[in-house]
Structure formats: C-alpha cells, structure tokens
Design a protein around this ligand. Sequence first.
Ligand SMILES: NC(=O)C1=CN([C@@H]2O[C@H](COP(=O)(O)OP(=O)(O)OC[C@H]3O[C@@H](n4cnc5c(N)ncnc54)[C@H](OP(=O)(O)O)[C@@H]3O)[C@@H](O)[C@H]2O)C=CC1
Ligand SMILES: CC(C)(CO)C(=O)C(=O)O
Length: 317
Amino acid sequence: MSESAIKPRIGIIGTGAIGGFYGVMLARAGFDVHFLLRSEFDAVSRDGLTVDSQVHGLLKLDKVQAYACAADMPPCDWLLIGAKTTGNGGVASAIVQAAAPGAKVLLLQNGLGVEDALRAVLPDALHLLGGLCFVCVHRTGPGQITHQAFGAVNIGYHSGPADAPTRNHWVEQGASLFHQAGIDSVAMDNLDLARWQKLVWNVPYNGLSVLLNASTTPLMADADSRALIQGLMAEVVQGAQACGHVLPEGYAEHLLKVTGHMPDYRPSMYHDFTERRPLELDAIYARPLATALAAGCDMPKVRALYHALAFIDRNNR
Ligand SMILES: NC(=O)C1=CN([C@@H]2O[C@H](COP(=O)(O)OP(=O)(O)OC[C@H]3O[C@@H](n4cnc5c(N)ncnc54)[C@H](OP(=O)(O)O)[C@@H]3O)[C@@H](O)[C@H]2O)C=CC1
Ligand SMILES: CC(C)(CO)C(=O)C(=O)O
C-alpha cells in the first residue's frame, strides 16, 4: 500500500461502463480513485461521471481525478482494468506506468485466457488477478453510465510473486474493496473454471444479440432463439467439462431462469457492434473453441456463431 494512504489507492485503466461504474462506487466509499480515460477525457474532466442506477439511484462524481496519460497518474496499489479485451495490447504500458511497486492488477473482463496474454508483457513483480463482473451496465454518453442490474465481482488470483497464503490475502483484500463500496464479491479458487462458467452466459447472449439484433427479452421469448441459446449453453458446458471443470448441476437452466427475470438487456458486444468497435471475439469465442478442441471437444454451434460474428465484425469497421 502506498505509505500515505490509509486505504489502497485505486487506478481505473479504461473508464467505460465497467471502469466508470466500479470507480464511482469505490470513490463514493471514500477510496482515492484515479481514472485513465481516452476519448472521454475532456468531457469527464469537465462534467464528471454520472451513474444512473436502477439499484442505487442517481450517483454523481463531480470532481473526477481524470488522466489522459497513465504516466501522470500517481502510483496505484490496485489497478482495475476496464478496457475491452480487444485493447489489451494498448493497456499493458499504461498498467506499468500507473502501478505502485507490487501492485495488484485486476482484469475486469469477460472471456477465456485473458490474463495469459497480458501476463506475458507485465513485470514479474506485479500481481495479476481476474475479476468476473456480474453486472448490467452500459455507456449512454461521455461520462454517462446506466446501471440496470446486479453488481458482484468475483475474484481469483492468476499469477505473480505470491505464495498460496499471500495470494489468498490479496484476493480477500480485493473482495474487501468491493464490500466497502456495497458490492458483493467472493473469492474464487479456480479462475479458469469461473471464466468457463461466465462463458455459459456470454457465448449465447453476446453473440446472438448482435446476430439477431435483439436484447434479452425478445431472445428469451421466441422459441427459436431460446432453442439456440440452450444449444449454445449446452456446448459451453460440455467444453468446460472436457477441460476438466465441473460446473454446478443445472447451471445452464439456472442462467436461463435468471435471465428471464432480468431487465431487458443488451450485452456489451451489442453496444460494440452498434458503435462500430471491434467485437471481443477472440476472448469469448476463438479461445474457448481452441481450448475445448485441444481437450477433444468440438462445439459446432459455437463455431458457427463465431464465424458469423467474425464476418459481421469485419464488415462493420
Ligand atoms: N458492460 C457490462 O455490463 C459488462 C462488461 N463486461 C466486460 O467488461 C469489459 C469492459 O466492458 P465495458 O465497460 O462494457 O466496455 P466500454 O466500451 O464501455 O469501456 C471500455 C473503456 O476502456 C477505454 N479504453 C480502452 N483502451 C484504452 C486505453 N488504451 N487507454 C485508456 N482507455 C482505454 C475505452 O475508451 P474509448 O471510449 O476511448 O474507447 C472505454 O472507455 C469487457 O471485457 C466486457 O466484456 C463484463 C460484465 C458485464
Ligand atoms: C451475465 C451478465 C449479463 C450479468 O451477470 C453479465 O455480467 C454480462 O453481460 O457479461
């Protein structure tokens, strides 16, 4: 921890929907939070960040410690990465510039193996952790975030210079940051399993929202799209099993039920498509497909969805 800080100093690398939401919640809980921005730097420096939350009400952070350049940030004890996985090449140098010695880097991203690529370019002294966000947030304008539902961040240690007890300590500290901000967070022993588990939701809904131009309510209401969702979910569960992960019994059915009760929601991939940003196809489709195949499990429905999305993505930019 930086010596002058009573609480760990937190840096947000990529202040979009996820980075903005959790950053605002942590700042409101009294943490010293510093936000790295790109296209929205001017607007957020001037007008602050607003979270219009259907859970917590209207949250406003008027004076944002905003930066356009990571080298200007003070050394941060925890760095929360809110950039899309498609931008991870560009965030590595920002992490190095904003990290205090021995900093904890928490990757708040969807997909499989996202820590592996980043680990390869991070200094050994940094701790790398994965955070699975169960939340429905999206940007509606510069510095404007809408929060529709949920919020939990589940955390697992990926790699770094810590023995087993120290790993647990850092995971617990990460969870405690979120608890202090009123957000649920549990420690996960097996990050890979947790990532597969999250994919059971993201593989069908993220991709189908783009392919069928639909949010969750119509996707759930229509018998054909619901059958597609179920077929995709079943394959991801099989893929996870082939890789040695035992998912809770009835997990896919549980997710269907939860989604049926969620507010009508457009996943982040839908927003990337409409804003003509690159889709997170590598992390959410290509890597799970390759990993499952290497373990002897083909996922033909997932593969077909991936190829359709790759076509759409190439023609969208
Ligand atoms: N939205 C959600 O509800 C959920 C999202 N996730 C996952 O969280 C991750 C983030 O998603 P989300 O918040 O929706 O994405 P957004 O597109 O809303 O936010 C990404 C932010 O990162 C910024 N950024 C990217 N690269 C850099 C860089 N090099 N330097 C500074 N800023 C950078 C972008 O800036 P710019 O505006 O300039 O592009 C943008 O503000 C994804 O992996 C997603 O799958 C997981 C669970 C739920
Ligand atoms: C599954 C969901 C909608 C909420 O748990 C989510 O976290 C996501 O969009 O990735």
